[in-house]
Design a protein around this ligand. Structure first.
Ligand SMILES: Cc1cc2nc3c(=O)[nH]c(=O)nc-3n(C[C@H](O)[C@H](O)[C@H](O)COP(=O)(O)O)c2cc1C
Length: 192
C-alpha cells in the first residue's frame, strides 16, 4: 500500500495541493509518453516574467541509457531511491533573455513556477514528483552540454507510488514521517 500524506490544513485548501507530497518509494508502473507530455505541457502554462518562459526540460524514462546518465549525476543520498522512479526530468533555467542578451533576474523563480504546475498536473493523474537539488551541477552541465547562459536547476523523480516498506533506512522513516509546515502567522502579515 502506498503512503498517503494528505496535508492537515487550517483552511479549505484544494485537495490536489493537500494530497501532493514528495515520495521516495516508486512502483514499477511506467509513465506513458502521452502522460509525460501532458505533464510537461501543464508546466508550460505557468506564468513567467514577460512570458519569457526561461526553461528547458530534458526527460528520460527508466530502463534507458538517458535515465542512467542523468541518475549518475545525482548525489549519493538521492541515488538509492531514485533508481525505481519511472522518469527523471531535468529542469534547465535560461539566464539571459534571447535577443536582448540581458540577465533575466527571474529565471529561477519561473522554473519553480513551471515545476509547481507540472507537479499539480501530475498529481491529478496520480503521478507523484520529487524535486532534487542534490546532484553534481558540473557533471550534469557536461552531460547535457549546457551553454554558458543555461543552468541545471533541478532534477525531478516522477512515478506512481509504492509501499514505504520497500525502502531501506533512512528513507523508510522519511517516507512515513508526517508532513509539517510553518504556521500561517509565521510567514504572513496583513498590512492595513
Ligand atoms: C529545490 C528543491 C530541492 C530539493 N532537493 C531535494 C533533494 O536533493 N533530495 C530530497 O530527498 N528531497 C529534496 N527536495 C524535497 C524537499 O525536501 C520536500 O519538498 C520538502 O521536504 C517538503 O516535503 P513535501 O514535498 O513532501 O511536502 C527538494 C525540494 C525542492 C523544492
Amino acid at each position: 500500500m502506498s503512503t498517503i500524506k494528505t496535508a492537515n490544513t487550517q483552511y479549505p485548501v484544494i485537495d490536489l495541493i493537500k494530497k501532493r507530497w514528495s515520495p521516495r518509494s516508486f512502483s514499477n508502473k511506467p509513465i506513458a509518453e502521452a502522460d509525460m507530455l501532458t505533464i510537461l505541457e501543464a508546466g508550460s502554462w505557468a506564468p513567467s516574467a514577460n512570458n519569457s518562459q526561461p526553461w528547458r526540460h530534458v526527460y528520460a524514462f527508466k530502463g534507458t541509457e538517458g535515465f542512467e546518465k542523468i541518475w549518475n549525476t545525482l548525489l549519493p543520498g538521492n541515488q538509492p531511491w531514485t533508481k525505481d522512479a519511472a522518469a527523471l526530468v531535468v529542469s534547465i533555467g535560461i539566464k539571459e533573455l534571447p535577443d536582448t542578451q540581458q540577465k533575466n533576474a527571474y529565471y529561477l523563480h519561473d522554473v519553480g513556477m513551471f515545476n509547481s504546475f507540472l507537479l499539480l498536473q501530475a498529481q491529478s493523474m496520480n503521478i507523484y514528483g520529487h524535486l532534487m537539488a542534490g546532484f553534481d551541477k558540473r557533471k550534469l552541465a557536461e552531460l547535457l552540454n549546457l551553454p554558458e547562459n543555461e543552468e541545471a536547476v533541478s532534477i525531478m523523480a516522477l512515478g506512481y507510488t509504492d509501499a514505504a516498506e520497500k525502502l531501506q533506512e533512512p528513507y523508510k522513516s522519511r517516507e512515513i514521517s508526517p508532513r509539517t509546515r510553518k504556521a500561517l502567522e509565521e510567514f504572513t502579515s496583513l498590512m492595513n
